[in-house]
Design a protein. Structure first.
Length: 129
């Protein structure tokens, strides 16, 4: 998968969740949208589910399209890849579940795939203010 495909997948993901949460959008920074997300992290050795904050960089330049996940008790940077770049990993968008999946390979983890779906206290698709 090329990086243009990854950028398009991320754009479809962000566009969908921004439309779904139009009433909440006024408070968010346009260049770094943040979502509270349910994630499933699959590696060669295990599968981990967590809820954390994902931040998307939409600033032109090298960081454009980068996604970062906040650490949690079970999801630490010592054990998991938490920073993603569309030039280095493959992003895909599932139009049925509206989830973003990022797959890649690292020395730390081997092959991995992390699937992210925004959530909120009042139902799916939440924005972090």
């Amino acid at each position: 998968m090329d990086d243009l495909t990854s950028f398009r997948a991320l754009q479809r993901f962000v566009d969908y969740w921004e439309r779904k949460n139009a009433a909440v959008e006024a408070a968010r920074p346009a260049d770094h949208p943040r979502f509270r997300a349910s994630i499933v992290y699959d590696t060669q050795d295990r599968s981990v589910a967590a809820v954390t904050t994902m931040t998307v960089s939409r600033v032109p330049g090298f960081d454009d399209g980068c996604v970062s996940l906040s650490q949690t008790r079970g999801l630490t940077s010592e054990e998991f890849q938490l920073e993603f770049n569309p030039r280095l990993q493959a992003y895909s968008y599932n139009s049925s579940t509206h989830a973003l999946a990022i797959s890649g390979r690292s020395e730390k983890m081997g092959n991995y795939c992390v699937t992210m779906t925004p959530v909120e206290a009042n139902g799916p698709g939440g924005r972090v203010k």
